[in-house]
Write a protein that binds this ligand. Sequence first.
Ligand code: CA
Ligand code: CA
Ligand code: CA
Length: 628
Amino acid sequence: MRLGRSLMRAMLAAAIGCTAGAAAATSAAGSAAQAADGHAAYGLIVKLKDDPTHERAQALSNARAQALSNDGAQALTANRAQALTSNRAQALGAGRAVDGGEAVRLSRVLGQAGFTKFRARPVGRSAQHLDFGRVLTGEDAARIAAQLRSDPDVEWVVANEREQLLQAQPNDPYYADQWWLRAPGGSNANALAARLRGVPGFAAAWARETGRASAVVAILDTGVTAHPELAGRVLPGYDFVSTVEYANDGDGRDADPSDPGDWVSAADKSAAPTTFDTCELQSSSWHGTQLAGIVAAVTGNGSGIASTSWDGRVLPVRVAGKCGAEVADIIDGMRWAAGLAVAKSDGGFLPMNPNPARIVSISFGSSAACNAAYQSTIDELAAHGVVVVAAAGNQHAAPMRPANCKGAIGVAALNRDGFKATYSNFGAELVIATVGGDPDDEGAWGAALGDDGIVTLNNEGRTTPGAAGYARAFGSSYSAPIVAGAISLMLSANPDLSAAQIVAGLRQSARPHVTSPKMAACSADNPGRCVCTTQTCGAGLLDVAEAVRYAQALRDRALFAPKRWPTEVIDNAEVNAAVALGADLPPNGSDDSVAFADGGGGGALGPFWLLGLALSVVAVARAMRSRA
Ligand SMILES: [Ca+2]
Ligand SMILES: [Ca+2]
Ligand SMILES: [Ca+2]
């Protein structure tokens, strides 16, 4: 037996010109150099087409082994023993060694592809692992595999990549409430809470990419508060709120983007009626903290929530004080976030952002046409590979700016089952749609079809910052950072994507909008809960796993073939009951949300406005359940 096997190895080595020792040495060096990028291939796995002459080749090989043996009788015994063992092993489904005939075929196939030095060993039932003596880059592996695939003798070839530990789901306790992170699924036959035909599917995408700290998301908002779930995840940002009167931190622009609170009191309104005349009385929104939690809350730490990335970093850029954000502060914040120089009033420049973001997420805006200030900034950022993700707005009307600007990634908000959320704006300018929470206490349709919101981080202070907390949030404000988080995973997989490729990838990878024989399409006459089309809510439903697959395909210089999705049809008893009541009538500018504390619903404060766009109310105390 020993003799037969070693002879076979010798024949194979001779046929393919391999030097095992050298291969092992270079492999070790290569691993150290390339394991860090996670995309390397440790050789290829190739399966040749079944060869009817295999048995003959095996017999020939055995006969040669016998003929070459010094002791024919002993070799014969050894060969018999091997045949017996081999037969038993085959019966048990074990893989078989490379025989002489297969070695010749492999040698021919690889020789035609230009490879004379490689080492083969059996893997699986009847495939071979090819070691080229070095670790292959993803690009090299794809190129060599394509060469081998073109040989008619090859059945299949795959890269021998190093798989990552798959954790089925994060261990964060509130993950159970974060339906918006789960894989898409469910049908009309499921209970309402299990119908997840509209979710982006981060849990599915994490099997491909869990995210890297380098794919920074800038959040242009109210700043950020201290929260244990953001520890180590907040990069040094900047405060661009230039008007001291409502900055609420005692000065204009400064290097501290902490959110001091954005409450508006009766005292504020009487002291500065012009400044505050467009704002309702409100408690602090902690809007920036809520958005930061979506993209960067520490995931897998057994505490609080999970976020879109397992190693996300948020760059807080404070642009909003009490009662809104100025366009001048927003565009300077966008440029600084992207790593561009921003002029100061004294002629100098602000310190450069040491951690430039490729993704800028904005959940502020106004119901007006895109203006030159936004458009020129979005164009400038795109030229630097930076994309601007913008919420569509919550007036169940035309998309706000900057979501309506060319090149911006405008985002419509959906119910978890894929149709438009009651409040979301819609229009042909939008690029993509994803969940934003669709309040289940908003009207009869809400009771029948609504969901319980996007669970994220919060602060419990009513005015100034208090204890760290959690909230259920509703609004297109929350859809924008979900898309930003998806792009962060795309850029984690492939940092070379251009701004145009990111937009194209989101569009090409999207799932089709859901349809319904009962629910009407979105229109000016039917602007509440309605069925989206590519003319109203972008190319389709955000699908993060497919968006990441797009990014990986471009990284590997491979063709991205969009998946053929079945169109989901919303048709169930709840829709019938809702339709019987007439069209969904969204509340006019009355936004709402529900508190979240310790896994349960809690208090609510509302309604309030952040430039008419944000749609969130804060968790203050579990006992409270009032609506202002
Ligand atoms: Ca300030
Ligand atoms: Ca400040
Ligand atoms: Ca956590």
